[in-house]
Design a protein around this ligand. Structure first.
Ligand SMILES: [Zn+2]
Length: 233
């Protein structure tokens, strides 16, 4: 926390007692390149070709890659090429790795709220995948209060939209707080539940809502995203 800050810790570090490492079945790998150890997460991600070769061999030994790219919505973690898990079943490991699915999906343990949700990270020069991942928790915290609704898609818009919306974000800022420096805009689609479940809400029952927009902002690249507003259009 002292070294990397809260945003980083939320992305990569489990709260005490909840790390998969407590099972004794997970390992974090590191690299030795030209005789020099590469241990830091931010350095290790600079070698995608090496990780591809390592990941291709995991299943042969009963291991799987646990925190896949672009799957934070399912695993709760951003991409960790170094974190592998032993599952004691070479065939299952091979199936998981061949399909490129998360362990949660393989076990059928995904929350129905997000089980059918696709996440499109788009192409951004402003934000890395892990920046966009930072929006998932605040959006899900809000979305989970919409009883029975299921998320169908979540998509990064584009850099120009994010830059344009910084002004609107600052208008929504709490009085007396520092200006936001970055905005993040995502769109989503979701499905509403049956008539009984939507009673007393603004939703039509059993309906797909498209083009639902979420606006988030932060003050520097180390800060967490604040969810400011959401709605149609
Ligand atoms: Zn780990």
């Amino acid at each position: 926390m002292k070294e990397y800050g809260e945003e980083y810790v939320k992305k990569y570090v489990a709260v005490p007692g909840y790390s998969e490492h407590h099972t004794g079945l997970a390992l974090d790998l590191f690299l030795i390149i030209d005789g020099k150890g590469v241990y830091l997460n931010e350095d290790m991600v600079q070698y995608p070709e090496i990780w591809d070769k390592i990941h291709a061999k995991l299943a042969d030994h009963g291991f799987i890659l646990r925190y896949l790219p672009e799957k934070k919505i399912e695993t709760g973690y951003s991409y960790e090429p170094w974190h592998i898990r032993y599952i004691d079943d070479v065939d299952a490991a091979r199936e998981i790795m061949d399909k490129g699915i998360t362990y949660e999906r393989y076990l059928g343990e995904l929350d129905p709220m997000i089980a059918d949700c696709t996440v499109d990270y788009g192409s951004s020069k402003l934000y890395a995948e892990s920046d966009i991942d930072g929006a998932i928790d605040p959006i899900l915290a809000e979305f989970s209060t919409w009883e029975g609704c299921t998320l169908k898609s979540l998509a990064f818009t584009d850099d120009a939209t994010c830059e344009k919306e910084l002004e609107s974000a600052n208008k929504l800022r709490d009085e007396g707080t520092e200006e936001f420096t970055q905005a993040l805009v995502l769109t989503s689609a979701f499905h509403t539940p049956s008539a009984e479940q939507v009673e007393g809400t603004a939703w039509e029952p059993d309906t797909d809502y498209e083009d639902w927009t979420w606006l988030l902002a932060r003050r520097s690249s180390e800060d967490s995203w604040e969810l400011l507003t959401w709605g149609l259009g």
